[in-house]
Design a protein around this ligand. Structure first.
Ligand code: FES
Length: 312
């Protein structure tokens, strides 16, 4: 048996000399460590029992958590200390007979391979290349459904909406909204004329129109003319994750997103008052033309929708 073929593998402790220094615990005072571990296990057991009692009497959640956490903590400390200080240090090795074949055996095996298989597969490089090519093409083809399912590129549609200067405000049936259509405290979902029945119109263009008073209304400094006759319009696309903000709490003048309960102050530029929405709903500037129709002074002054814009 040559030294280089000799294998050294872990073995159990049985059969090894008890006075081997590698088999001694690493702690200087094993008795003390044993006592500490015992205390930990007892405390852990008490905590688990406490957890059972708390669960039985339906105690508060923090008590359940504290007792169970304490139980795992103490048992864990005990186990770690046991493994670290009381277990033999090792390393443990045992000589074993060689598992390697002799040189003669190897040569005989190689001769058999050459004799039986060498003539069958002679163009391995070519086969390997063909296999790699086939798998490569399969990989590319497998990507196609994935790429196609992403749909068309959004291009500039994420930056703009179809609202522009002079757009007529229409309801979901396409009817133009007039000055007297909404009573104070009412809300309606509106679109720029001509888009209300398109996918795009359903998405980025959707706008909530609220009549908060009979008088011109100012939601923020610089927006004095944006809400004629008390008509205020905000994007309906939540700035958190894009849900439609369709709930209106008239008493509190709040728009509420049903997904995660973000609340936007209608009278104050739709600034979020509660919930995860990071920024106000964009406001659409309105005017009433000489025929009494509500129209937009311009498009939105900022992108509508969720946090994508925070990163752009
Ligand atoms: S999507 Fe509106 S609060 Fe989350």
């Amino acid at each position: 048996m040559s030294d280089e073929h000799e294998l050294r593998t872990p073995v159990s402790l049985s059969g090894l000399a008890a006075n081997d220094p590698h088999l001694q615990p690493s702690a200087r005072n094993p008795q003390l460590v044993e006592r500490v571990i015992s205390v930990c296990f007892v405390l852990g057991a008490l905590c688990f029992a406490g957890f059972g009692a708390c669960y039985w009497i339906n105690a508060q959640a923090w008590k359940l958590g504290a007792t169970m956490g304490g139980g795992f903590f103490f048992v864990g400390v005990g186990l770690v200390a046991w493994g670290k200080y009381l277990m033999p240090r090792g390393p443990f090795v045992e000589d074993r007979h060689t598992l390697a074949n002799s040189d003669a055996d190897r040569e005989a095996f190689a001769a058999v391979i050459v004799e039986r298989g060498g003539g069958v597969v002679q163009r391995r490089k070519m086969l390997g290349g063909l296999l790699g090519g086939g798998l490569g093409i399969f990989g590319v083809v497998a990507l196609l459904p994935l790429l196609r399912s992403l749909g068309p590129l959004p291009k500039t549609t994420l930056d703009t909406t179809d609202w522009k200067k002079g757009s007529y405000v229409v309801d979901q049936s396409g009817r133009r909204v007039m000055e007297g259509d909404l009573a104070v405290g009412s809300i309606s979902t509106v679109f720029p004329e001509g888009t209300q029945n398109t996918d795009r119109g359903q998405a980025v263009d959707q706008t909530v129109l609220i009549r908060v008073s009979n008088e011109g209304f100012t939601t923020m400094k610089g927006r004095e003319s944006w809400a004629p006759k008390g008509y205020v319009a905000y994007s309906k696309v939540c700035t958190h994750l894009g849900c439609p903000v369709g709930l209106y709490e008239q008493q509190l003048q709040l728009l509420v997103c049903p997904c995660h309960q973000s609340m936007f102050n209608v009278t104050n530029g739709a600034v979020p008052q509660f919930g995860p929405a990071p920024r106000p709903l964009p406001q659409l500037p309105l005017y009433i033309d000489s025929s009494g129709y509500l129209r937009s002074q311009s498009g939105y002054h900022e992108p509508v929708g969720p946090g994508f814009w925070e990163r752009s």
